[in-house]
Design a protein around this ligand. Structure first.
Ligand code: C2O
Ligand code: CU
Length: 562
């Protein structure tokens, strides 16, 4: 019997019984890779009968030549026909069909093609271009084989051996969507089946993204490649004259571990019966599916739409000119103009962008002073990609306005309810993480969060763990009120909240509409959330996918008043 099982906690015991005092794996350090590597390599067999690659076969990506492949730009998704609106049959909507399929792709010139799963022909999948108020229909068709190629942990809730190995359900992250089209984690489809979803797009311009959300194997399906971008445009954005067309570049970032023959390597624990690992950090950071790509740019403004689609890794991104002292001297400023749910009130100048899994950042970068230079996008010391600025001057007619879109602050007095919700980690006596919960509750327990439709609530997210967790709520957009350090032990033992620091307002680049919030270690992070759009059952969860899969996810329900 795997050791993890003997330490499952009953809801009654959690979370009082255990407080995590173990120094947890460092969020973005490459050192973590080595840590995880030492725990693995136990000839795990995949569902499809192949042997899981071990770390002995992992490549060191720094041995590869950098900047030999152009940055891939995703194809724009195309509607194939018009079909009837789900409840207004006279209304015809653009209909898209997206095949979820196996594929292979070159991640780097000098690597063999990598086996992946993708929406459409390659990963990231096709980019949707839509307009606010103009709904679309998408049929997500599962055309995958019946066996998985990454290590399923059958002890995880929802992934028991009785379930089909290959299941998918697509979720449009950040969208205001009715429950039946939201990709509820239990609404999965097996190969040969499909789901027709309606996205009304009744929301402000923003970069959303779609990804798999299948209960218990979400981390594996996303790691296999099931991600893509979804833009909503509107007239407010149009009027700003921001860089557009070929001057607007999506940057989908995720990290992977790769074998020497170029295949995806998903780490496993030392226990072959229970291969789940609490976090995954790849030593190769990919941009739009390529390792170390380059992009030729003109000396002018560009708009970069950054998405952190990693399973676990937080990024600290900066731009630097390629000279030797780049980090010290050559750092290039950027302006953040938008966050998860759209434009900020005004541009925020940044040297380093911190972005957690699930979050998006809308950036304007000006290359006009860098004629003929090579600019690196760095994550700490890792060179993610290179911009090659051409040497001849160009005319740039785009603008970077000083005010973008007003964001009306929601007064706290508007909240009809405040909920205190804890983020919980459970460890074995050996200090190995075995389970993560929200508010001490398993996925299958009765729904406890039932906000009333069209009311506003404050959610106080209390994090006693040593990790920062990016918490995401489906359906809604919210504002961050503050983060405040508290003393976890007093809460653990006496249920007393003792704040040990001032309430810190959100960073300027978080002071817009968000759908994912970093809840930092040993803070209470407060968000204020209007529950509008639809009633029904949704989910909220940690966007570290390893946490989410091992139950750091809960249903919630927006209920009709009365
Ligand atoms: Cu990005 Cu529940 O998802
Ligand atoms: Cu988490």
């Amino acid at each position: 019997m795997p050791c993890r099982l003997s330490f499952r906690y009953d809801s009654a015991e959690a979370p009082e019984t255990v407080i995590n005092r173990r120094k947890f794996l460092q969020r973005s350090g490459l050192a973590t890779t080595a840590l995880l590597m030492s725990r693995s390599g136990f000839g795990m067999t995949h569902g499809d009968g192949t042997t899981a690659p071990t770390f002995a076969t992992a490549i060191d990506p720094t041995t590869l030549t950098k900047f030999v492949d152009p940055l891939p730009l995703p194809q724009i998704a195309k509607a194939s026909e018009y079909r009837a609106h789900p409840s207004i049959p006279k209304l015809k909507l653009p209909y898209y069909r997206i095949a979820i399929q196996p594929t292979t792709a070159k991640i780097h010139r000098d690597l063999n093609p990598t086996r992946q799963w993708s929406y459409g022909p390659s990963s990231p999948g096709p980019a949707f271009e839509t307009r606010s108020g103009e709904g679309i229909l998408v049929e997500w068709a599962n055309q995958l084989p019946t066996n998985h190629f990454l290590p399923i942990d059958h002890h995880i809730h929802g992934a028991d051996a009785g379930k089909p190995q290959v299941r998918t359900v697509a979720h449009l992250h950040g969208a205001k969507t009715a429950p039946e089209s939201d990709g509820y984690p239990e609404d999965w489809q097996v190969p040969g089946k499909s789901a027709l979803y309606y996205y009304p797009n009744q929301q402000d311009a923003a970069m959303l993204w779609y990804h798999d959300h299948t209960l218990g194997i979400n981390r594996l399906n996303v790691y296999a490649g099931l991600v893509g971008t979804f833009m909503i445009r509107d007239s407010v954005e149009d009027a700003l004259n921001l860089p557009k067309g070929k001057y607007e570049i999506p940057l989908v970032l995720y990290d992977r571990l790769l074998t020497k023959d170029g295949q995806l390597l998903y780490p496993v624990s030392a226990d072959p019966e229970a291969p789940w690992v609490p976090e995954v950090f790849g030593n190769a950071i990919l941009a739009n599916g390529k390792l170390f790509p380059y992009l030729e740019v003109e000396p002018r403004k560009y708009r970069l739409r950054v998405l952190n689609a990693s399973n676990s890794r937080f990024y600290h991104l900066s731009l630097s000119s390629g000279s030797a002292n780049a980090i010290a001297n050559g750092q290039i400023g950027m302006n953040q103009i938008g966050t998860d749910q759209g434009l900020l009130p005004s541009p925020v100048p940044l040297k380093t962008l911190v972005i957690a899994p699930g979050e998006r950042a809308d950036l304007v970068v000006d290359f006009s002073e860098h004629l003929g230079e090579q600019i690196l996008v760095k994550n700490d010391a890792f060179d993610v990609m290179q911009f090659r600025v051409s040497a001849s001057k160009v005319n740039d007619e785009s603008s970077l306005p000083t005010s973008l879109r007003p964001v009306q602050k929601i007064p706290e007095s508007e909240a009809v309810k405040t909920r205190l919700l804890t983020l919980d980690e459970y460890d074995t006596p050996k200090g190995e993480t075995e389970l993560m919960l929200l508010n001490g509750s398993h996925w299958s327990m009765p729904i406890t969060e039932k906000p009333v439709f069209n009311t506003t609530e404050i959610w106080s997210l209390m994090n006693p763990t040593n990790d920062s967790h990016p918490i995401h709520l489906h359906l809604v957009r919210f504002q961050i009120l503050d983060r405040r350090a508290y003393e976890p032990w007093l809460y653990q033992t006496k249920r007393e909240i003792h704040y040990i620091g001032a309430a810190l307002p959100p960073q300027p680049n978080e002071a817009g509409w968000k759908d994912t919030v970093r809840v930092d270690s040993r803070t209470v992070t407060r968000i204020i959330v209007p529950f509008t759009g639809f009633t029904g059952r949704y989910v909220w969860h940690c966007h570290i996918l390893e946490h989410e899969d091992n139950e750091m996810m809960r249903p919630y329900e927006v209920v009709a008043p009365g």
